[in-house]
Design a protein around this ligand. Structure first.
Ligand code: AMP
Length: 341
Protein backbone atom coordinates (compact mmCIF):
# COMPACT_ATOMS: atom_id res chain seq x y z
CA UNK A 1 0.00 0.00 0.00
CA UNK A 2 1.42 3.38 -1.06
CA UNK A 3 1.85 6.17 1.47
CA UNK A 4 2.37 9.88 0.94
CA UNK A 5 5.33 11.71 2.48
CA UNK A 6 6.62 15.24 2.53
CA UNK A 7 8.99 17.53 4.45
CA UNK A 8 7.58 19.30 7.52
CA UNK A 9 7.31 22.86 6.26
CA UNK A 10 5.74 25.00 3.47
CA UNK A 11 2.47 23.17 2.63
CA UNK A 12 3.00 19.90 4.50
CA UNK A 13 -0.27 20.23 6.42
CA UNK A 14 -2.32 20.67 3.28
CA UNK A 15 -0.53 17.83 1.45
CA UNK A 16 -0.92 15.32 4.29
CA UNK A 17 -4.50 16.33 5.13
CA UNK A 18 -5.36 15.83 1.46
CA UNK A 19 -3.59 12.47 1.44
CA UNK A 20 -5.49 11.34 4.54
CA UNK A 21 -8.81 12.45 2.99
CA UNK A 22 -7.99 10.18 0.07
CA UNK A 23 -7.28 7.27 2.41
CA UNK A 24 -3.46 7.20 2.40
CA UNK A 25 -1.06 6.57 5.25
CA UNK A 26 0.81 9.84 5.78
CA UNK A 27 4.48 10.37 6.70
CA UNK A 28 6.23 13.56 7.65
CA UNK A 29 9.99 14.07 7.58
CA UNK A 30 10.17 16.39 10.55
CA UNK A 31 12.94 18.50 12.04
CA UNK A 32 13.11 18.12 15.82
CA UNK A 33 12.45 21.82 16.37
CA UNK A 34 9.04 21.49 14.66
CA UNK A 35 7.93 18.25 16.28
CA UNK A 36 5.46 19.82 18.72
CA UNK A 37 3.72 21.71 15.91
CA UNK A 38 3.16 18.69 13.71
CA UNK A 39 2.15 16.35 16.58
CA UNK A 40 -0.98 18.49 16.91
CA UNK A 41 -2.46 17.04 13.71
CA UNK A 42 -4.02 13.59 13.87
CA UNK A 43 -3.99 13.13 10.10
CA UNK A 44 -0.20 12.70 10.25
CA UNK A 45 0.37 8.99 10.87
CA UNK A 46 4.12 8.93 11.35
CA UNK A 47 6.91 11.41 11.91
CA UNK A 48 10.39 10.54 10.69
CA UNK A 49 12.52 12.70 12.95
CA UNK A 50 15.67 14.36 11.55
CA UNK A 51 18.06 17.03 12.79
CA UNK A 52 17.93 18.74 9.42
CA UNK A 53 16.12 18.14 6.13
CA UNK A 54 19.39 17.28 4.41
CA UNK A 55 19.12 13.88 6.14
CA UNK A 56 16.57 12.98 3.48
CA UNK A 57 19.65 12.35 1.35
CA UNK A 58 20.84 9.53 3.63
CA UNK A 59 20.15 5.86 2.94
CA UNK A 60 18.68 5.51 6.42
CA UNK A 61 15.96 8.08 5.81
CA UNK A 62 15.28 6.93 2.24
CA UNK A 63 15.06 3.29 3.37
CA UNK A 64 12.42 4.24 5.93
CA UNK A 65 10.42 5.94 3.18
CA UNK A 66 10.87 3.02 0.81
CA UNK A 67 9.71 0.53 3.47
CA UNK A 68 6.43 2.43 3.53
CA UNK A 69 6.19 2.61 -0.28
CA UNK A 70 6.20 6.37 0.03
CA UNK A 71 5.64 8.84 -2.77
CA UNK A 72 7.46 12.02 -1.77
CA UNK A 73 5.67 15.29 -2.57
CA UNK A 74 8.27 18.01 -3.28
CA UNK A 75 7.66 21.61 -2.26
CA UNK A 76 9.51 24.92 -1.90
CA UNK A 77 11.52 23.84 1.13
CA UNK A 78 13.06 20.91 -0.75
CA UNK A 79 14.06 23.28 -3.56
CA UNK A 80 15.45 26.00 -1.32
CA UNK A 81 17.42 23.71 0.99
CA UNK A 82 18.88 21.28 -1.52
CA UNK A 83 20.85 21.54 -4.74
CA UNK A 84 19.36 20.19 -7.95
CA UNK A 85 21.96 17.39 -7.95
CA UNK A 86 20.89 16.39 -4.46
CA UNK A 87 17.19 16.39 -5.35
CA UNK A 88 17.84 14.33 -8.46
CA UNK A 89 19.82 11.81 -6.40
CA UNK A 90 16.83 11.02 -4.15
CA UNK A 91 15.93 7.42 -4.65
CA UNK A 92 12.35 7.54 -3.40
CA UNK A 93 9.63 8.14 -6.05
CA UNK A 94 9.00 11.89 -6.27
CA UNK A 95 5.57 13.11 -7.30
CA UNK A 96 5.66 14.98 -10.63
CA UNK A 97 8.89 15.54 -12.54
CA UNK A 98 11.99 15.96 -10.37
CA UNK A 99 14.08 16.88 -13.42
CA UNK A 100 12.07 20.05 -14.00
CA UNK A 101 12.95 21.34 -10.53
CA UNK A 102 16.42 22.21 -11.87
CA UNK A 103 14.69 24.43 -14.46
CA UNK A 104 12.95 26.23 -11.64
CA UNK A 105 16.15 26.84 -9.65
CA UNK A 106 18.39 28.03 -12.47
CA UNK A 107 17.42 31.47 -13.81
CA UNK A 108 18.86 30.86 -17.27
CA UNK A 109 17.10 27.53 -17.75
CA UNK A 110 13.96 29.07 -16.27
CA UNK A 111 13.95 31.85 -18.84
CA UNK A 112 14.50 29.33 -21.63
CA UNK A 113 11.47 27.26 -20.62
CA UNK A 114 9.31 30.35 -20.21
CA UNK A 115 10.26 31.65 -23.65
CA UNK A 116 9.67 28.20 -25.18
CA UNK A 117 6.20 28.37 -23.55
CA UNK A 118 5.60 31.66 -25.44
CA UNK A 119 4.93 33.43 -22.15
CA UNK A 120 5.28 37.17 -22.16
CA UNK A 121 8.45 37.33 -20.04
CA UNK A 122 9.89 40.67 -18.85
CA UNK A 123 13.18 41.32 -20.65
CA UNK A 124 16.30 40.29 -18.80
CA UNK A 125 19.19 42.75 -18.67
CA UNK A 126 22.52 40.97 -19.11
CA UNK A 127 24.81 43.85 -18.16
CA UNK A 128 24.14 46.53 -15.51
CA UNK A 129 25.52 49.06 -18.02
CA UNK A 130 22.36 48.44 -20.08
CA UNK A 131 19.93 49.48 -17.34
CA UNK A 132 17.71 52.03 -19.11
CA UNK A 133 14.53 51.76 -17.05
CA UNK A 134 13.45 50.31 -13.71
CA UNK A 135 14.80 46.78 -13.18
CA UNK A 136 14.50 44.27 -10.37
CA UNK A 137 17.65 42.42 -9.28
CA UNK A 138 16.93 38.90 -8.05
CA UNK A 139 19.11 36.32 -6.39
CA UNK A 140 19.32 32.83 -7.91
CA UNK A 141 17.36 29.95 -6.40
CA UNK A 142 14.22 30.08 -4.29
CA UNK A 143 15.51 32.88 -2.05
CA UNK A 144 11.92 33.84 -1.24
CA UNK A 145 12.54 37.38 -2.46
CA UNK A 146 15.09 38.15 0.25
CA UNK A 147 17.80 40.52 -0.90
CA UNK A 148 16.00 41.50 -4.12
CA UNK A 149 16.17 45.17 -5.02
CA UNK A 150 15.16 47.66 -7.67
CA UNK A 151 17.35 50.08 -9.58
CA UNK A 152 16.86 52.52 -12.42
CA UNK A 153 20.49 53.19 -13.28
CA UNK A 154 23.85 51.47 -13.24
CA UNK A 155 25.01 53.68 -10.36
CA UNK A 156 22.03 52.83 -8.22
CA UNK A 157 22.50 49.15 -9.04
CA UNK A 158 26.20 49.24 -8.05
CA UNK A 159 25.41 50.94 -4.75
CA UNK A 160 22.74 48.44 -3.76
CA UNK A 161 24.75 45.45 -4.97
CA UNK A 162 27.71 46.57 -2.83
CA UNK A 163 25.43 46.81 0.17
CA UNK A 164 24.25 43.21 -0.33
CA UNK A 165 27.87 42.07 -0.70
CA UNK A 166 28.79 43.80 2.55
CA UNK A 167 25.84 42.04 4.24
CA UNK A 168 27.18 38.71 2.97
CA UNK A 169 23.98 37.99 1.00
CA UNK A 170 25.75 37.75 -2.36
CA UNK A 171 29.36 37.46 -3.50
CA UNK A 172 29.29 39.38 -6.79
CA UNK A 173 27.25 40.32 -9.90
CA UNK A 174 27.00 36.68 -10.94
CA UNK A 175 24.63 36.04 -8.01
CA UNK A 176 22.08 38.45 -9.44
CA UNK A 177 19.66 38.25 -12.34
CA UNK A 178 18.30 41.54 -13.69
CA UNK A 179 14.86 41.83 -15.19
CA UNK A 180 12.73 44.77 -16.32
CA UNK A 181 10.20 45.68 -13.64
CA UNK A 182 6.50 45.70 -14.59
CA UNK A 183 3.99 47.47 -12.48
CA UNK A 184 0.42 46.22 -12.05
CA UNK A 185 -1.63 43.59 -10.21
CA UNK A 186 0.46 40.62 -9.14
CA UNK A 187 -1.17 37.24 -9.65
CA UNK A 188 0.09 33.72 -9.01
CA UNK A 189 -1.79 31.25 -11.21
CA UNK A 190 -2.06 27.72 -9.81
CA UNK A 191 -2.52 24.72 -12.08
CA UNK A 192 -2.57 20.93 -12.01
CA UNK A 193 -1.76 18.87 -15.09
CA UNK A 194 -2.59 15.17 -15.18
CA UNK A 195 -0.56 13.04 -17.60
CA UNK A 196 -3.20 10.34 -17.09
CA UNK A 197 -6.18 12.32 -18.38
CA UNK A 198 -3.94 14.78 -20.30
CA UNK A 199 -6.04 17.57 -18.88
CA UNK A 200 -5.07 20.87 -17.34
CA UNK A 201 -7.02 22.09 -14.33
CA UNK A 202 -6.88 25.71 -13.21
CA UNK A 203 -6.89 25.55 -9.43
CA UNK A 204 -6.84 29.10 -8.14
CA UNK A 205 -5.07 32.42 -7.92
CA UNK A 206 -3.32 34.02 -5.01
CA UNK A 207 -1.47 37.15 -4.21
CA UNK A 208 1.67 37.26 -2.07
CA UNK A 209 2.29 39.69 0.72
CA UNK A 210 5.94 40.58 0.64
CA UNK A 211 7.87 42.40 3.32
CA UNK A 212 8.86 45.05 3.29
CA UNK A 213 8.13 46.21 -0.23
CA UNK A 214 4.45 46.14 0.78
CA UNK A 215 5.12 48.24 3.88
CA UNK A 216 6.84 50.86 1.78
CA UNK A 217 3.56 51.72 0.06
CA UNK A 218 2.16 52.80 3.45
CA UNK A 219 4.84 55.38 3.99
CA UNK A 220 4.42 58.82 2.39
CA UNK A 221 6.90 59.60 -0.41
CA UNK A 222 8.64 62.35 1.58
CA UNK A 223 9.55 59.89 4.37
CA UNK A 224 10.42 57.18 1.86
CA UNK A 225 13.22 59.34 0.50
CA UNK A 226 14.98 59.27 3.87
CA UNK A 227 14.92 55.48 4.15
CA UNK A 228 18.31 53.96 3.55
CA UNK A 229 17.30 50.29 3.91
CA UNK A 230 16.87 48.25 0.70
CA UNK A 231 13.33 46.83 0.84
CA UNK A 232 13.08 43.11 0.27
CA UNK A 233 10.40 40.86 -1.30
CA UNK A 234 10.29 38.33 1.51
CA UNK A 235 6.99 36.39 1.25
CA UNK A 236 5.10 36.50 4.55
CA UNK A 237 1.58 35.44 3.63
CA UNK A 238 -0.83 34.81 0.77
CA UNK A 239 -4.37 35.87 0.11
CA UNK A 240 -6.94 34.74 -2.47
CA UNK A 241 -7.85 36.45 -5.71
CA UNK A 242 -10.48 35.86 -8.33
CA UNK A 243 -9.83 37.06 -11.85
CA UNK A 244 -12.12 38.82 -14.26
CA UNK A 245 -13.80 35.99 -16.11
CA UNK A 246 -12.66 37.42 -19.44
CA UNK A 247 -9.06 36.69 -18.40
CA UNK A 248 -9.61 32.96 -17.90
CA UNK A 249 -9.30 31.91 -21.54
CA UNK A 250 -5.78 33.31 -21.62
CA UNK A 251 -4.96 31.71 -18.25
CA UNK A 252 -5.77 28.26 -19.64
CA UNK A 253 -3.82 28.88 -22.83
CA UNK A 254 -0.74 30.00 -20.85
CA UNK A 255 -0.95 26.88 -18.69
CA UNK A 256 -1.38 24.63 -21.72
CA UNK A 257 1.50 26.11 -23.64
CA UNK A 258 3.70 25.73 -20.53
CA UNK A 259 2.75 22.04 -20.33
CA UNK A 260 3.49 21.55 -24.05
CA UNK A 261 6.84 23.35 -23.87
CA UNK A 262 7.86 21.29 -20.82
CA UNK A 263 7.12 18.07 -22.70
CA UNK A 264 9.54 19.22 -25.40
CA UNK A 265 12.34 20.42 -23.11
CA UNK A 266 12.24 18.24 -20.01
CA UNK A 267 10.80 14.74 -20.23
CA UNK A 268 8.25 13.67 -19.01
CA UNK A 269 7.01 17.29 -18.88
CA UNK A 270 5.18 19.36 -16.31
CA UNK A 271 3.15 16.75 -14.47
CA UNK A 272 1.22 17.62 -11.33
CA UNK A 273 0.96 21.04 -9.68
CA UNK A 274 2.69 24.17 -10.94
CA UNK A 275 2.32 27.92 -10.80
CA UNK A 276 2.84 30.73 -13.32
CA UNK A 277 3.67 33.95 -11.55
CA UNK A 278 3.41 37.44 -12.94
CA UNK A 279 1.73 40.77 -13.16
CA UNK A 280 -1.27 42.15 -15.08
CA UNK A 281 -0.50 45.59 -16.48
CA UNK A 282 -3.04 48.35 -17.09
CA UNK A 283 -4.14 46.75 -20.38
CA UNK A 284 -4.61 43.37 -18.61
CA UNK A 285 -1.55 41.97 -20.39
CA UNK A 286 0.14 39.34 -18.23
CA UNK A 287 3.92 39.46 -17.84
CA UNK A 288 5.24 36.23 -16.30
CA UNK A 289 8.39 36.65 -14.28
CA UNK A 290 8.52 33.21 -12.66
CA UNK A 291 7.20 29.71 -12.48
CA UNK A 292 7.22 27.07 -9.78
CA UNK A 293 7.32 23.52 -11.07
CA UNK A 294 5.64 22.03 -7.99
CA UNK A 295 2.99 22.86 -5.42
CA UNK A 296 3.22 26.48 -4.17
CA UNK A 297 2.43 27.67 -0.65
CA UNK A 298 -0.28 29.96 -2.07
CA UNK A 299 -2.45 26.84 -2.46
CA UNK A 300 -2.66 26.69 1.36
CA UNK A 301 -5.41 29.30 1.11
CA UNK A 302 -7.63 26.79 -0.62
CA UNK A 303 -7.59 23.83 1.79
CA UNK A 304 -11.34 23.58 1.32
CA UNK A 305 -11.11 24.24 -2.42
CA UNK A 306 -11.09 27.48 -4.40
CA UNK A 307 -13.78 29.23 -6.47
CA UNK A 308 -12.24 27.47 -9.49
CA UNK A 309 -12.04 23.96 -8.02
CA UNK A 310 -15.70 24.36 -7.02
CA UNK A 311 -16.43 24.48 -10.75
CA UNK A 312 -14.54 21.26 -11.40
CA UNK A 313 -15.33 19.12 -8.34
CA UNK A 314 -18.46 18.52 -6.30
CA UNK A 315 -16.36 18.14 -3.15
CA UNK A 316 -13.74 20.29 -1.43
CA UNK A 317 -10.56 19.82 -3.46
CA UNK A 318 -7.27 21.23 -2.26
CA UNK A 319 -4.10 20.87 -4.30
CA UNK A 320 -2.80 18.45 -1.68
CA UNK A 321 -5.88 16.30 -2.07
CA UNK A 322 -5.66 16.49 -5.88
CA UNK A 323 -2.10 15.15 -5.70
CA UNK A 324 -3.26 12.23 -3.54
CA UNK A 325 -6.22 11.62 -5.87
CA UNK A 326 -3.79 11.39 -8.79
CA UNK A 327 -1.71 8.79 -6.93
CA UNK A 328 -4.88 6.84 -6.20
CA UNK A 329 -6.06 6.93 -9.81
CA UNK A 330 -2.60 6.01 -11.12
CA UNK A 331 -2.37 3.06 -8.73
CA UNK A 332 -5.78 1.76 -9.73
CA UNK A 333 -4.75 1.89 -13.39
CA UNK A 334 -1.27 0.48 -12.70
CA UNK A 335 0.25 3.71 -14.02
CA UNK A 336 2.20 4.93 -11.00
CA UNK A 337 5.39 5.27 -13.03
CA UNK A 338 3.64 7.88 -15.20
CA UNK A 339 3.17 10.34 -12.35
CA UNK A 340 6.42 9.96 -10.39
CA UNK A 341 10.11 10.28 -11.26
P1 AMP B 1 10.38 35.97 -7.85
O1 AMP B 1 11.47 35.39 -6.99
O2 AMP B 1 10.78 36.07 -9.31
O3 AMP B 1 9.06 35.25 -7.64
O4 AMP B 1 10.13 37.46 -7.39
C1 AMP B 1 9.74 37.78 -6.06
C2 AMP B 1 8.83 38.98 -6.11
O5 AMP B 1 9.43 40.07 -6.79
C3 AMP B 1 7.55 38.74 -6.87
O6 AMP B 1 6.59 38.09 -6.07
C4 AMP B 1 7.14 40.15 -7.24
O7 AMP B 1 6.59 40.87 -6.16
C5 AMP B 1 8.45 40.79 -7.55
N1 AMP B 1 8.82 40.71 -8.98
C6 AMP B 1 9.67 39.81 -9.52
N2 AMP B 1 9.88 40.06 -10.82
C7 AMP B 1 9.15 41.14 -11.13
C8 AMP B 1 8.97 41.90 -12.34
N3 AMP B 1 9.63 41.60 -13.46
N4 AMP B 1 8.15 42.96 -12.29
C9 AMP B 1 7.49 43.27 -11.14
N5 AMP B 1 7.64 42.62 -9.97
C10 AMP B 1 8.47 41.56 -9.96
Amino acid sequence: MTSIATLGSHCALQVLKGAKDEGFTTLLVCEKKRESLYRRFSFIDELIMVDSFSEILTDECQNKLKEKNAVLVPHGTLISQMTSDEIESINVPIFGNKWILRWESDRVMKEKLMLESKLNVPKSVKNPKDIKRLVIAKRHGAAGGKGYFMASSEDEYNRKRDKLISQGLIKDDSDLYLQEYHSGVLAYLQFFYSPITEELEFFGVDKRHESDIEGLGRIPAKEQLDIDEIPSFNVIANSPLVLRESLLEKVYSMGESFVEASKRLVTPGMNGPFCIEGVYDQDANFFSFEFSARIVAGTNIFMEGSPYTALLYDEPMSMGRRIAREVKIAESKNMLEKIVT
